[in-house]
Design a protein around this ligand. Structure first.
Ligand SMILES: [Mn+2]
Length: 693
C-alpha cells in the first residue's frame, strides 16, 4: 500500500517492464553481428560478464565502443574498395556514402545533448562565510560524500564496502536504500523516458562497387539479423513532435512526513531542473509535522542557501493532519494557475510539465495524471514500462485503486491524453480554480487513503475529466512496506472509502459494504452533510452514469448476469474463494455456507458464461483442478454453462463442477457429469430467462 495514494501499489507495469529490460539486455548479448570484424570470443565472454556485474555502468560505453569499431572497419572497407575504382564520380559517390554513413553513426552514438543546464547541487552553494554554522558543516559533510555520476541516466546504482552493507540494512528498516540515496547526486540526470518509436529495419545500406566487368554488392542490410548488418536504429522521439507552449504556470505541492531528506531534495531538484522557469510559479513543501530532526533546521537552511534562487515555500503544520488536509493547506497558499501534487519521493523528467499545462489550458476541467514510472527502492534505477505501453486507473469493489488496460483499442499507442476512470492519487495536475470549484478534498477524511477514488468519481460525475498524459512521465519510488506509523492505527482507508461510498456510489455502495460490513452504519464514518450538499450543488450525475459512460467494462456482480450470490449444494456447502487475496491466483474452494452473504462466497455467472468473482474467473486446469485466475474474456477454460438444474458444465473439459469428496476448505475439481447432488449448485439469484437449458 502506498500512504499517499491509498492504492495497492503493485504496479502491473513492473512485469512488463522487466520483459522490456530483458529485451534491452538481449540486445547487448546478441550484439556481435560482425564476428569477422571483432574479436568474437572476447566479445561473447565480455558482455555477459558486464551484465552479471552489479556495476554495469560499463555496458553502454562498451556498446558504443564496439559500434565505433564496427563503423571504422566498415568505412575502411568501403574506402579501400573505392581506391581501386577508376571513375572519379563513382569515387566521389563512395566517399559521400561513407560520410553519410559516419554521420548517421555519429547521430546515433553521441548521446543526446541535454538542453537543461544542471548546476550541480554540490557545486551550487556559494561559500558561506560563517563556517562555524553547524548546518553548513553538516551539509558540506553530506555533499562531500556524494559520488559524482552515481545513478546517472537512471541506471541502477550500487555502493561498495561499508556503505553497501549499511544500504542493505536500511532497506530492511526503511524499505529504501537510504545510504544510496544520500550518496547519489541530488540533481542526477535521467534519460528522456518519453515515448520513442523504433523503426525496423531501421537502416538500409546498399553499397555497390562498380568495376569494369562486374557489379558487386558489397553490403546490403535489408534484414537486420544478417550477420553483416549493424542495427543503426532511427529513433524518432515521437513525443517531441508536439510543440507545447503553455501560458499557464504551476505551483508544485509536495507533502512530506518523515521522508528521507535526500529523497525530498531530489524531488525538488528534478522539478526545478525539468520545468522551464517561466512555467514554475513555486514549489510548496508541506511538512505534516515530521519528527525527523534533519527535516527541520537543516532543510530550512538548505532551502535558504542552496535553493535561494528558487521560489520554494515551506509550510509547517503544527500537528499531524494526514495527507488530505496537508495537501489542502498547500493548495490554500498556492498562487500558480495549475496545482501539481507530487509525492515527496518522485523525480520529474524532461518535458514533464508542458503537456500537462497545455492540456489544462485547452480544457480546464481536465485533471491529469502523468505516466508513473518506477524508481526501484533498492538501487534507485529509473525504469519505464516499455516505451509506449501504459495502463490507466480502475477500482475494485473493495474500494482499492487498480491498474487496468487502456479501455479503448483506438487509444492504445496514442500520445495524446487518454481517458482514465480513476487515478492513483499521488501525482496529478489540476486547474487551481477548478480544484476549489469541484470540491477540493473531503476535509473530514482522516490520514490517507480513499481520497483518490473520491476525487476520481467526483470529477467524472460532476462534469470534469480524468486523463493520463503519455508524454509526461514522472518517476516514483515504490516501497515494499510503510516505513512510518500511522496515528491511532485507525483504518483510515476503510473509513474514508465508506465516506465516499455513501456520497458518490449510490446503490453500488452495497458491494463495498459487503467487504466492510462493520462500517456501513458506523458513526466513525462521520458527518456527510457537506459532501452530499456539494453533490447537489454541482448537480453531479449518478454512479450508474459513471459506470455506463466512463467505465462500462467494469463487472457489476449482479447486473447482466445469469446468476449471482451464494452457490450452495444440498449439504449446505458453498463455493468459496478461501480468502484468496485480491491479486493472487488460488483454488476455487468449498466451504460451509455462511449464514450471511460474505464476499468470499459471492459468485456470479456472467452473461458470457464466466463463473467469476470481480476480476477472477474459475478456470479448469490440466488434471481437473479449478483455479481462480484473472478473467481473460476469451472463453475456453474459463467458459461454463449453467443448467437450470444447477449443473455447472465446462465444455473445454467436458466435465462438471463437482464437490464430491472435497473437504471443507479444499479446492474443487471438475468430474464426469452424472447429475448427482454433488454437482448441483443452487445460486441465491438466478435469472431464469438467461439460463440456457
Ligand atoms: Mn507515493
Amino acid at each position: 500500500m502506498d500512504p499517499s495514494t491509498g492504492a495497492r501499489h503493485v504496479p502491473p507495469p513492473v512485469d512488463e517492464w522487466r520483459q522490456h529490460k530483458n529485451f534491452t539486455i538481449q540486445k547487448y548479448i546478441q550484439y556481435p553481428r560482425v564476428p569477422q570484424m571483432l574479436n568474437n570470443t572476447r566479445h561473447n565472454l565480455r558482455i555477459p560478464r558486464l551484465i552479471k556485474s552489479k556495476r554495469n555502468f560499463g555496458v553502454r560505453v562498451s556498446y558504443v565502443t564496439y559500434r565505433s569499431a564496427e563503423a571504422a572497419t566498415f568505412s575502411s572497407i568501403m574506402l579501400l574498395k573505392c581506391i581501386r575504382l577508376k571513375r572519379i564520380y563513382v569515387k566521389l559517390a563512395f566517399v559521400l556514402l561513407a560520410v553519410l554513413f559516419l554521420l548517421v553513426l555519429y547521430v546515433k552514438l553521441v548521446p543526446e545533448v541535454n538542453s537543461v543546464v544542471y548546476p550541480g547541487v554540490y557545486k551550487h552553494g556559494k561559500l558561506v562565510s560563517n563556517l562555524s554554522n553547524v548546518f553548513e558543516q553538516k551539509l558540506r559533510d553530506y555533499e562531500s560524500k556524494i559520488i559524482a555520476n552515481l545513478g546517472d541516466d537512471g541506471d541502477p546504482a550500487y555502493l561498495t564496502g561499508d556503505d553497501a552493507k549499511k544500504g542493505d540494512e536500511s532497506l530492511k528498516t526503511f524499505a529504501l536504500n537510504t545510504v544510496l540515496s544520500d550518496r547519489m547526486p541530488l540533481d542526477r540526470k535521467l534519460r528522456d523516458p518519453r515515448n520513442k518509436k523504433q523503426v525496423e529495419p531501421s537502416f538500409l545500406f546498399i553499397f555497390i562497387s562498380f568495376s569494369i566487368f562486374k557489379i558487386t554488392i558489397i553490403y546490403t542490410c535489408i534484414n537486420k539479423r544478417h550477420h553483416l548488418c549493424f542495427d543503426v536504429n532511427v529513433t524518432s522521439h515521437t513525443c517531441k513532435k508536439f510543440k507545447y507552449d503553455p501560458k499557464l504556470n504551476t505551483s508544485v505541492i509536495v507533502i512530506f512526513y518523515n521522508e528521507l531528506l535526500s529523497v525530498i531534495l531530489r524531488t525538488i531538484w528534478s522539478v526545478i531542473l525539468q520545468t522551464p522557469s517561466h512555467l514554475l510559479q513555486e514549489i510548496i513543501l508541506v511538512d505534516d509535522a515530521s519528527t525527523e530532526g534533519s527535516l527541520k533546521g537543516l532543510l530550512d537552511y538548505y532551502v535558504s542557501t542552496r535553493l535561494k534562487d528558487h521560489n520554494i515555500r515551506l509550510v509547517r503544520l503544527k500537528s499531524r493532519m494526514g495527507l488530505i488536509r496537508a495537501r489542502l493547506q498547500g493548495a490554500r497558499v498556492a498562487q500558480g494557475d495549475v496545482l501539481i501534487f507530487l509525492d515527496a519521493h518522485c523525480e520529474a523528467t524532461m518535458g514533464w510539465a508542458e503537456p500537462l499545462l497545455s492540456r489544462i489550458e485547452e480544457d480546464r476541467t481536465a485533471v491529469l495524471v502523468p505516466i508513473i514510472d518506477v524508481i526501484e527502492a533498492t538501487n534507485l534505477a529509473y525504469s519505464t514500462n516499455g516505451d509506449s505501453s501504459f495502463q490507466v486507473g480502475g477500482f475494485s469493489w473493495s474500494g482499492h485503486f487498480t491498474w487496468i488496460d487502456i479501455q479503448d483499442e483506438k487509444d492504445k499507442n496514442k500520445l495524446t491524453p487518454v481517458k482514465s476512470p480513476t487515478m492513483a492519487g499521488g501525482l496529478f495536475a489540476i486547474d487551481r480554480n477548478f480544484f476549489w470549484d469541484i470540491g477540493s478534498y473531503d476535509e473530514q477524511m482522516d490520514g490517507w487513503g480513499g481520497e483518490n477514488l473520491e476525487m476520481s468519481f467526483r470529477i467524472w460525475q460532476c462534469g470534469g475529466r480524468l486523463e493520463t498524459v503519455p508524454c509526461s512521465r514522472v518517476g516514483h519510488i515504490f516501497r515494499d512496506f510503510h516505513p512510518y506509523s500511522f496515528p491511532d492505527n485507525k483504518d483510515t482507508h476503510g473509513i474514508n472509502t465508506a465516506r465516499l461510498a455513501h456520497v458518490w456510489m449510490d446503490d453500488y455502495k452495497r458491494f463495498f459494504f459487503m467487504y466492510q460490513p462493520g462500517l456501513e452504519d458506523n458513526p466513525i464514518v462521520g458527518d456527510l452533510t457537506h459532501r452530499k450538499q456539494l453533490r447537489q450543488k454541482l448537480r453531479c450525475k449518478s454512479f450508474r452514469w459513471y459506470l455506463d459512460n466512463v467505465y462500462p467494462e467494469k463487472f457489476v456482480l449482479d447486473e447482466h448476469v445469469q446468476a449471482y450470490g451464494q452457490a450452495r449444494t444440498e449439504f449446505d456447502m458453498c463455493l468459496d474463494d478461501l480468502q484468496l487475496a485480491e491479486d493472487k491466483v488460488g483454488p476455487l474452494g468449498l466451504y460451509q455456507c455462511h449464514p450471511y452473504l460474505a464476499m468470499s462466497q459471492y459468485f456470479s455467472v456472467s452473461a458470457g458464461g464466466e463463473l467469476r468473482k470481480e476480476n477472477f474467473c474459475a478456470e479448469v486446469f490440466g488434471a481437473g483442478d479449478v483455479q481462480l485466475t484473472e478473467c481473460h474474456g476469451r472463453r475456453r477454460e474459463q467458459y461454463w454453462v449453467l443448467y437450470r438444474n444447477g449443473t455447472v458444465y465446462s465444455p473445454a473439459a467436458g466435465r462438471c463442477l463437482s464437490g464430491e469428496g472435497v473437504e471443507n476448505g479444499k479446492g474443487l475439481k471438475v468430474r464426469d457429469c452424472k447429475n448427482s447432488v454433488h454437482q448441483r449448485w443452487k445460486f441465491d439469484h438466478v435469472n431464469a430467462t438467461a439460463v440456457l437449458v
